[in-house]
Structure formats: C-alpha cells, structure tokens
Write a protein that binds this ligand. Structure first.
Ligand code: AMP
Ligand code: ZN
Length: 121
C-alpha cells in the first residue's frame, strides 16, 4: 500500500470517470475488462494508457482476487501495438507506482509509449 490511496474514492477518480464516459477521452481500445485511450500529454509519438475498468489504485494493490484483468490488459497491449505496427521496432510499457515513481493518477494504468527511439531514465 502507498500513502494517499485512501484519499481516492472511486467517485472522485479521474480514470473511473473516463471509463464511465463522464470525462471525455480519445478511445483506442475497449473490451469487457480493459479501456485504453490516448494520453492527454504525450511524451512520445505514440502514448496510450491501458487501464482496468475496475478501480485498482496501483501496482501495489494487485492481489490474487483482482489480478485477472492484468493479463487482459497485456493481451490488449499486444493486440493494439501489433495493429499499429509498433511490434516491429518496439515500444515500452511503464506503470508508475507511488511517490518515488511520480504517480499522479491513483487508478492503475500502463503507459505504452513508442513510435521513436526511447531513452532509458
Ligand atoms: P502517472 O503520472 O504515471 O500517474 O500518469 C498519469 C498520466 O495520465 C499522465 O501521463 C497524464 O498526462 C495522463 N492524464 C491525466 N489526465 C488525463 C486525461 N484527462 N486524459 C488522458 N490522459 C490524462
Ligand atoms: Zn478509478
């Protein structure tokens, strides 16, 4: 667990609102478990966020009870990146968790970035 997660109620959660459509987004992919949309502040030519429709605060909150969606997310990442041709030159998947990583939205999300040669921090 990380400090701050208790402050986030699902009704106040930005990405829960994106899933529900209360906050608009540029949808890239959707299925029963997963929603993916363009990052509003892209750091690379391709920058897509993949999230579980169910609220999970971050990687630290993944448990045996909720982890099935993680495989669904990665299946979606493989499908979407292949459709966009990113599998040829590669791409990166990142999830920032907690303060040291600079997590700003406390609904689990996987950044998929690519479309250019990436530097490593
Ligand atoms: P992190 O800093 O890892 O928690 O990532 C949060 C990401 O959400 C950042 O890359 C933001 O640019 C992105 N973001 C914040 N608000 C929105 C929004 N309304 N629509 C799309 N992306 C957003
Ligand atoms: Zn949420």
């Amino acid at each position: 667990a990380f400090a701050g997660k208790e402050d986030v109620k699902m009704s106040d959660c930005l990405f829960c609102k994106i899933v529900s459509g209360d906050v608009p987004s540029k949808k890239v992919y959707e299925d029963e478990y997963v929603y993916a949309f363009e990052d509003i502040n892209p750091v690379a030519p391709v920058h897509i966020l993949f999230i579980p429709k169910e609220h999970i605060s971050g990687v630290s909150e993944i448990t045996p009870a909720n982890s099935e969606v993680i495989s669904k997310i990665f299946e979606a990442i493989a499908k979407v990146t292949a459709e966009k041709g990113l599998d040829k030159n590669g791409f990166r998947v990142v999830s920032n968790c907690g303060a040291d990583a600079g997590q700003t939205v406390f609904h689990l999300h996987f950044h998929v970035i690519g479309g250019t040669k990436l530097n490593w921090p």
